[in-house]
Design a protein around this ligand. Structure first.
Ligand SMILES: [Zn+2]
Length: 366
C-alpha cells in the first residue's frame, strides 16, 4: 500500500498524471497564475457521472491522492466496455495543492489575507459583504481558540468551553464556517477563491450531457492520532437527515460502509459554503438526480479529546502566524498528525477503507 503515497504535491501530481494517462486523456485546470494545477481524468463515456475528488482540504490530499492512484492501479482496468457506456468515472486530483504542499487544510489568501477553508467557500455570494452568512455563536469561542499556545492551560479552558457550550450549540458552531475573522477557524474567505472556481469549472465540464451525478470527496482527520487508542474509522458523511432519499440511496448502495446522516440538516445545509451542498444546488433537477457525500477517514477516536486537540492546534497555528509570521515546528507537527498521521498502520488501514468503498461502489453500480 505504501507505494501509493507521495512525499509532496509535485510527486503526487506526477504519479497521478502517469497513472491516469493509461486510461484517458488527462485534462488540466489552471486559474490565474496559480502554480498548483488541478488535473482530472474521465474514464468511460456514459451519461451517469461518478466523481471522486481529493484535497479540498490540502493536507487531506495525501490520503486522497494515494486513494486515487490506488483506484487507477487496481480498479480502472477492471471497468468493462458496457460499464463505460453507462458511466463515466471522474477523478479530480487535489483541489488545494498549496495546502497539500504546505501541510495545511486551508489555503492562504494572499490578496485579502487570512487562511481560507475552501469547503466553506463554495456557492457563497460574496458580492455584498454585509449579506454574508452569519455565525454569531462562533464569536463566543474565537478569542479563546486564538489565544497564546499553552499545552496545559489552554487545553483546560477549551475543555471547559466545550462543557459549557455543548447544549447551546456554540461548540458545534465553531466548525460551521464564518466570514468575519480571516484568521479565525473555518473561515470561508472574502471572495470566491481560484481553487473553488477551478473546481466548479471542472464539474461543469464533467456534467455536460449528464443524466445523474454521484460525487464523493475524500477527506481525513478528526484530531491527533493516538497510536494506542486511535482507530481508523471510515464514514460516509451525507449532509441530509436519515430519512432523506440521498442518505437512503448511499445506505443501500454501500451496505458495508458506515453512512452518517446529518439530522441537524432538517431545514437545509448545516455547513456554510461546502462543496456537497453546492453541487446539489448547482446541478440537481427532477430528471437529474445528484447524490453527494464526503468520505471521512478518521485519525482519532477518543471522542472528547480529538476534537478539542484539533481546534486547539488550528488556533495555535493562527496565533503563531499572526504573532511570529510562521507556524512553529511543534504546531505544524500536531496539525500533520491530526490530518495525516505518520503512523504506517494508519496509512495502510486508511487506504484499505478507501479500497472497500471503491469496490462496493463499483459492484453496486453495475
Ligand atoms: Zn476535510
Amino acid at each position: 500500500m505504501d507505494k501509493y503515497y507521495s512525499e509532496n504535491w509535485y510527486q503526487a501530481t506526477d504519479s497521478f498524471l502517469k497513472n491516469a494517462s493509461n486510461f484517458a486523456d488527462v485534462k488540466m485546470c489552471v486559474a490565474g497564475g496559480n502554480k498548483f494545477i488541478v488535473p482530472y481524468v474521465m474514464i468511460g463515456s456514459g451519461p451517469n457521472k461518478v466523481v471522486i475528488n481529493s484535497g479540498v482540504h490540502g493536507i487531506e490530499g495525501y490520503l486522497g491522492s494515494a486513494a486515487q492512484n490506488m483506484f487507477l492501479d487496481r480498479f480502472a482496468k477492471t471497468l468493462t466496455p458496457e460499464f463505460c457506456k453507462k458511466y463515466t468515472i471522474c477523478l479530480v486530483h487535489v483541489i488545494n495543492g498549496w495546502g497539500m504542499q504546505n501541510r495545511m487544510r486551508e489555503v492562504q489568501d494572499k490578496k485579502n489575507g487570512g487562511l481560507v477553508d475552501l469547503n466553506r467557500n463554495f456557492g457563497v455570494d460574496f458580492s455584498n459583504p454585509d449579506a454574508l452568512p452569519q455565525n454569531p455563536k462562533y464569536e463566543l469561542a474565537h478569542d479563546l481558540l486564538l489565544s497564546k499556545p499553552d499545552a496545559k492551560l489552554k487545553k483546560e479552558k477549551i475543555i471547559e468551553f466545550r462543557k459549557r457550550h455543548l447544549k447551546d450549540g456554540a461548540w458545534d458552531a465553531i466548525s460551521f464556517g464564518q466570514y468575519k475573522h480571516p484568521y479565525g477557524l473555518f473561515y470561508g474567505g472574502a471572495e470566491q477563491m481560484p481553487e473553488n472556481q477551478m473546481t466548479l469549472t471542472i464539474y461543469d465540464d464533467i456534467m455536460q450531457g449528464a443524466k445523474s451525478l454521484i460525487s464523493i470527496g475524500m477527506h481525513t482527520g478528526l484530531g491527533r492520532f493516538d497510536r494506542k487508542r486511535g482507530q481508523v474509522t471510515g464514514q460516509l458523511l451525507v449532509s441530509h437527515p436519515e430519512q432523506h432519499k440521498n442518505t437512503q440511496y448511499f445506505s443501500n448502495m454501500l451496505p458495508s460502509t458506515t453512512v452518517v446522516a446529518d439530522n441537524r440538516a432538517e431545514n437545509g445545509p448545516v455547513l456554510l459554503g461546502d462543496l456537497v451542498d453546492c453541487l446539489e444546488m448547482r446541478y440537481s433537477a427532477p430528471e437529474l438526480p445528484v447524490y453527494t457525500a464526503d468520505f471521512e477517514i478518521g485519525t482519532g477516536e477518543f471522542p472528547i479529546m480529538s476534537p478539542i486537540y484539533k481546534r486547539m492546534d488550528m488556533g495555535d497555528a493562527r496565533y503563531d502566524l499572526l504573532n511570529y509570521g510562521n507556524i512553529s515546528a511543534q504546531t505544524l507537527q500536531n496539525l500533520t498528525e491530526s490530518w495525516y498521521p505518520s503512523d504506517k498502520g494508519w496509512r495502510d488501514a486508511a487506504l484499505l477503507r478507501a479500497y472497500v468503498l471503491f469496490s462496493e461502489l463499483l459492484q453496486n453500480l453495475k
